[in-house]
Design a protein around this ligand. Sequence first.
Ligand code: TXA
Ligand code: MG
Length: 323
Amino acid sequence: MMTAPNPPMQTRTLPYGAVAIAEAAALIRAGQPVAIPTETVYGLAADATDSGAVARIYAAKGRPSFNPLIVHVLDLAAAERIAVFDATARALAAAFWPGPLTLVLPLRPDVGIASLVTAGLDTIAIRVPAHRAMRALIAAAGVPLAAPSANASGAISPTRAAHVVASLGGRIALVVDDGATAAGVESTIVAGLEVLRPGPVTAEDLARFGTLAAPPLGKREEDGAAAIVTAPGQLASHYAPRKPLRLNATEAAEDEYLIGFGAVAGDATLSTQGDLTEAAARLFDALHQADASDRSRIAIAPIPQTGIGAAINDRLRRAAHRD
Ligand code: TXA
Ligand code: MG
């Protein structure tokens, strides 16, 4: 842990609006992290230029300090002041920003980003979010915001304010509530031409840029330290619910909470129509509900690997993985 553990604090939830953004910006200026929605998941945002503020993100999440954070800015011009863009990166930014795409690019020297944000790497993960709440906070704070997902390290990402409170209540001062997030899974991460993390910007969306699909799960972990440098957050057991998870289930055992999809009806169903976008938006909420249920295990129906289904299956394989 980078800082001494803070005493428990009262966590307030405020609905999105001028009051919430003013209070959130005041906390950011005071070096405190604030939970705020993006179009993917709720983030835990802090001033990326303030190493103490960034340390408080790591402390609140209990996150290992080798795991670098994504920096959020308002537009391409702001991103170009921090990172070096090549032609591919500019084309990707033009096509998908603002939106759920993160680019890993060379970090410009001496631009004031706290080295804790990049965990000492010479690259930086950067994105321009589309969500009104995150955009309002970046504008009001007037600084780039480092923000990982607003959950305790290793737990399922939050897609609702209540998920944040359940995971980080007592450890952060404020959650800005703007309802359920639209995409429901974390942003797609691209480094050069490689997809490091599948997400809402799909392999199909990226194909015309010559981007390469992510290597299969497990391959990166096998490479040990080298893998930790290229994709430090891509640990196999990321996104884990507390209970064991069984994949590709078509029916549930008595002690299982079944998450359905399409023709497989469950205790919760991601999309009865078999719509993958709807399924992604509901995925983490269903996992949170399954974790909170009276059943001791979780089972989930098969999800097609097309489009955002690749991101859903990536998260599910990690959620099912036990070390
Ligand atoms: O949708 C999202 O991306 C959300 C919202 C809040 O923006 N954020 C998010 O952050 O998912 P986080 O910290 O949970 O995941 C960031 C990922 C990690 O896998 C981390 O290792 C990777 O980005 N990352 C950050 N900087 C990197 C770098 N320089 N090189 C490679 N991977 C990097
Ligand atoms: Mg996360």
